[in-house]
Write a protein that binds this ligand. Structure first.
Ligand SMILES: C=C(O[C@@H]1C=C(C(=O)O)C=C[C@H]1O)C(=O)O
Length: 409
């Protein structure tokens, strides 16, 4: 099922030209409206304005978005003097976690500013316009509400079902609703996330914002790569980073969680790739948590498969779903008691060649007016402890919480 809610009627021209700008890409966003972002280590893409969008739902939500975008690109005139990945027409997309409920969106911004290897450019679709610049405001009067007691019980129920042999692993998530006095400016959240989590991808699409460390798929021609995360610890009792990494490597529970996630990713990649290569598992250190991380690369069997279609084949891995996938997705719906919406779904950008980068919308929140709904989850296996899992989700909520609070240190 797919509904085009806004499609251009006239013949459109997309123009990319180099610009002299060495400031922060996020500082180019003129207002809080239609903010799009995919920024890491100061490079990437930001977008604003909107020339077209499609809203999709159901089991083919990502493929439908890809097909709609391909059709739109086929009718575009393009002048691209930059010719780098991400120049020329691009769209930003955020796909729902589940087949249902939830809606997915693909947005074509009117203006995109990009930077890669120190080269900065601007792509405009349609006639050039001057945007009114509005100052960025901090959220005020933040109030929090969550139900950790109910979630703890859900984790206990999941452990019972895993021990009974119904499934091996399930990722359970919870939300934290934050109310502010006025509409929350996504630019405020994004600039704090990017400053404190520079190695993560700071993303925004249609109100879904966050800084994710997990790359579901990057497509560059026939080559794809992915970085799967599972198995988590966080700073405690003054342990050093090296000690934390050693703890994680030595934890059979975390290694087990990681193996389920990696196995599911590799099996899914093997269905769409002619060659798959698994790199060595590493420890990824962030300021709030550390994860076991494995990069997997592959060559697409069919080089015409667009990045969103590849994502559809991979999602959900057992990093955000579980093992076996179908059982885990059903258990998530039964035990979580909430609609994940676009949390833990693919998020990122696509270009006119089917290339792009899609992360998983983790360490994220859905912004709607003065409300932010934050999400965090963790992998549950046979020997998981509900209190420990609750503490893990608290650690994963830190990035967006701190960003809303404007924590600088
Ligand atoms: C589900 C989340 O994170 C995922 C689960 C992890 C785990 O269980 O160890 C680690 C990284 C992510 O793949 C989240 O951040 O909400």
């Amino acid at each position: 099922m797919s509904t085009a809610t806004r499609a251009p009627v006239e013949q459109l021209l997309a123009r990319s030209r180099r610009v002299e700008h060495d400031g922060d890409l996020l500082d180019l966003l003129p207002s809080a409206d239609h903010v799009c972002s995919w920024v890491r280590e100061g490079e990437g893409l930001v977008g604003w304005g909107e020339v077209a969008r499609v809203v999709t739902a159901g089991p083919r939500r990502a493929e439908d978005a890809q097909a709609w975008w391909d059709r739109l690109c086929a009718g575009l005139d393009v002048e691209d003097e930059v010719r780098l990945p991400g120049s020329g027409p691009v769209a930003f997309t955020s796909i729902a976690f589940a087949d249902e409920p939830g809606t997915s969106v693909l947005v074509v911004p009117r203006v995109v500013a990009g930077r890669r290897d120190g080269v900065t450019w601007v792509t405009e679709i349609g006639p050039t316009r001057t945007d009114a610049v509005e100052p960025v405001g901090a959220p005020r009067g933040l109030r929090y509400s969550a139900d950790p007691v109910r979630w703890r019980a859900a984790v206990g129920a999941a452990v019972t079902r895993i021990r009974a042999g119904e499934l091996d692993k399930v990722v359970l998530a919870r939300d934290l609703v934050v109310e502010a006095d006025d509409a929350i400016d996504p630019r405020f959240v994004l600039s704090h996330l990017a400053a404190r989590y520079p190695s993560c991808w700071t993303f925004a699409v249609d109100g879904m914002v966050g800084a994710t460390p997990e790359l579901l798929v990057r497509r560059s021609g026939p080559q794809v790569s992915s970085r799967v995360l599972a198995g988590t610890t966080w700073p405690h009792d003054g342990v050093t980073e090296a000690e934390l990494a050693a703890e994680l490597r030595a934890s059979t529970k975390d290694q087990g969680e990681h193996r389920y996630a990696l196995t599911s990713l590799v099996a899914a990649l093997e269905r769409v790739c002619a060659r798959v290569e698994v790199q060595e598992t590493e420890v990824l250190q962030l300021r709030n948590v550390a994860h076991l991380a494995t990069t997997v690369t592959g060559d697409l069997a069919d080089a015409t498969t667009g990045v969103l279609t590849v994502a559809a084949a991979l999602h959900p891995t057992a990093a955000v779903g579980g093992t076996p996938t179908e059982v885990a997705v059903r258990v998530i719906a039964e035990l979580e008691g909430m609609d994940r919406g676009r949390y833990a779904g693919p998020v990122g950008w696509v270009d006119a060649h089917g290339d792009g980068e899609l992360g998983l919308a983790l360490r994220s929140a859905e912004l709607a007016g003065a409300t932010a709904r934050l999400f965090a989850g963790g992998g549950i296996v046979a020997d998981s402890d509900p209190d420990h899992e609750l503490a893990e989700t608290d650690a994963k909520l830190v990035p967006v919480r701190d960003a809303l609070e404007g924590v600088e240190a």
